[in-house]
Write a new protein. Sequence first.
Length: 173
Amino acid sequence: MFRFQRAQCALEFDYKPDRTLSFGASIPRRASMADTIFGKIIAGQIPCHKVYEDDRVLAFLDINPLTRGHTLVIPKEPAPTLDQLSDESAAALGRVLPRICRAVIAATGVREYNVLENNGPGAHQAVFHVHFHIIPRPGSNEGLGLRWAARSLDQGEAAELVQSITAALQKAP
Ligand code: AMP
């Protein structure tokens, strides 16, 4: 469990060091299925190493795994980012994610892992179709590298945020 009392507020990844981040770059709105590589995989136009499929969800091995067993779990709905995904697809993903995690643990023998979902180029997203990474963490030098530089939560800011987030949720649940 993370402690939320550290110096600065930034979560930095040190995976894919060759990737150029593009903060503030535009995120595509709803894509058509053919727009991304994952859309093409869902359509069967390009192959993948499939490990799971149902009506709404597909899971397959990442082509450039961080560690052995690195698996991607995607909705069939072509939503670019999580906030644009329907409740139905979100529920379908949530229903199977733990099961696929258990299968990855069983297959790799690695009990610790990260589940990662990037949204936007500045947040390391390269493929604009929602996907959850399941990344086994066999050792401290393997898997997802994280620098979690948190700061203390300011009480005034917290109250303001609670108000604005709850108001937003009431407006557009
Ligand atoms: P992200 O940075 O979260 O957008 O991650 C995209 C992931 O998709 C990367 O880890 C890629 O290795 C992976 N990827 C890209 N193309 C394919 C593909 N054809 N099959 C499997 N994984 C892919």
